[in-house]
Design a protein around this ligand. Sequence first.
Ligand SMILES: [Zn+2]
Length: 341
Amino acid sequence: MTRAAGDAIVVTGVAQREAWQARVLPPVERLAGGIWSVPVPIPRSPLRYTLSYLIPADDGLVVIDPGWDSDEGWAALESGLRAAGAAPGDVLGVVVTHVHSDHHGLSKRLQETGAWVAMHPAELDALNPSGSPADWLRAHDVPEQEIAALAGTIGQHRLSEPARPDVLLEDGDAVPVKGRTLRTVWTPGHTPGHICLVEPEAGVLLTGDHLLPRISPNIGLQRPGSSPLEAFLESLEQVAAHDELEALPAHEYRFRGIAARARQLRAHHDRRCEEIVATVERLGTPGVWELASQLTWSRPWEEIGPMRVGAVAETMAHVRYLADRGALTWSGDVVTAAPQR
Ligand SMILES: [Zn+2]
């Protein structure tokens, strides 16, 4: 058995990583415990595909995160089902780790063929959005010309008519199937109702977007009064306790080293917090938009384009977290350094 040592992860989805590097779709694969990994393409996305998982049980098949709704995606899912000796009509139920379009999109088509759809109750809010994204930006002092430039690109994660859940899964709940244990681990942060799933006999943790081997999931402030970064860091501790399991993520490739990956993500956010405190000290009393524009991103701020919405939401999540700890103050308008103690 390969085990991750120290702070490194060990990639177990070797064919997936090779495909990633070659910029092609990875193969459909049969994994431990008879679970199938099926890549479902995401059109025009740097993520390229969602790894959908098919889990056979005694009374039918469960699909985890069926992927982005497109005809190409549906064809990919159908061919994965065929490899598993099944067809869409054999799908008993769908579990989504969260309701982003690249996970929940195809749930609707499976629900129409008779499958139930399951999710955590905290994802329901995202299915019933209150207020427009433009109002949300305005409430956070984003300049009007920026809002106009972003019009049409914001809220692209939202599905027009997403599948409603038939089953709600709380932390610790078992997915209702026969002859297979699939236990819910609530891991809020990336979204309020994000979940991971433990399959102890196969020795795997389905991690959704909570733990990916290469990239850090966006942790954005969604609702006033919440602290998604605090929730995310606590959720990292939750999954780090399952270090003996192989991680089956929703993107990129499979790996071992869940605790090591959790530590890396924690360290990433610690560094980000330090950068934000230092930047606020330099700027004086910036608004969150100005603050976000001064931070380092994967590309220069001028080139980020529509991703600026995510960037400012992520900045706010860090500011909220730091303000809760007294490292900054945030009036809602401006951010200021905490007085020296
Ligand atoms: Zn997501």
